[in-house]
Design a protein around this ligand. Structure first.
Ligand SMILES: CC(C)(COP(=O)(O)OP(=O)(O)OC[C@H]1O[C@@H](n2cnc3c(N)ncnc32)[C@H](O)[C@@H]1OP(=O)(O)O)[C@@H](O)C(=O)NCCC(=O)NCCS
Length: 193
């Protein structure tokens, strides 16, 4: 597995992923091809410029999904902040890949960017995503939960859970142990943009 810059071969599977009912179950709607293209270009340009954003995840030479870091564009009690997020093609679910990819992204956040804290949030009903947060060792205080400001009152996805993880020597050591030395070279920043 490698977290890497987006390349054109990834655009078609990325567009298909964003139009898949299973993948988009906990989003307000699926993405149209031009929206996927805008997302793709936005992430690609950001990585070229500053080295980070949502990275494409490549597994066995194939585009498997994405994970990475972003700054939420809405205001809330916990913003400004850096979030970690993920989205994978269904054939790559159930194998621990999302968690492993997120560990590589967290390592970048803590050891390269030296961020103090990373958060993650998802609709309360998106249990699969919350389980990734738990596997990463992120913690959840119900007092942090919030209604997403971009969703209307009563929307089925409005209520969100927030998880946090702090940059401590223990967290860094644990991430490195979980990843193992062979995988560290697949972290973002280990390859040329
Ligand atoms: C959220 C999402 C990335 C989670 O993917 P996932 O494959 O369930 O997550 P993980 O990579 O942590 O894999 C864990 C699963 O792999 C299994 N697994 C198999 N081998 C494993 C291994 N070696 N290590 C860890 N887990 C393993 C686990 O048992 C678990 O399966 P289960 O949930 O059926 O018990 C995926 O469901 C997705 O892309 N959803 C759509 C997009 C989305 O909602 N994104 C989040 C928006 S906030």
């Amino acid at each position: 597995m490698t977290l890497r810059q987006w390349d054109d071969a990834g655009l078609a599977p990325f567009t298909a992923m964003n139009a898949d009912d299973r993948v988009m179950e906990f989003f307000p709607r699926k993405l149209a091809p031009e929206e996927s293209q805008a997302f793709f270009m936005g992430a690609k340009n950001a990585i070229a410029k500053r080295g980070w954003d949502f990275w494409a995840v490549e597994i066995g030479g194939k585009f498997a999904g994405f994970t990475g870091l972003a700054n939420p564009r809405f205001e809330s009690l916990f913003t400004p902040c850096t979030e970690i997020g993920w989205r994978f093609r269904p054939e790559f679910w159930g194998k621990g890949y999302a968690t492993e990819a997120a560990r590589l992204a967290l390592l970048y956040a803590f050891s390269t960017l030296r961020l103090e804290e990373v958060v993650s949030f998802t609709a309360e009903v998106n249990v699969r995503s919350a389980r990734v947060m738990q596997r990463l060792g992120m913690t959840h205080d119900p007092k942090d939960d919030f209604d997403h400001p971009k969703l209307s009152a009563g929307h089925r996805l409005q209520r969100h859970v927030l998880y946090r993880i702090k940059n401590t020597p223990q967290t860094l050591a644990r991430l490195k142990t979980e990843l193992g030395s062979a995988k560290l070279s697949h972290a973002p920043g280990q390859w040329a943009v």
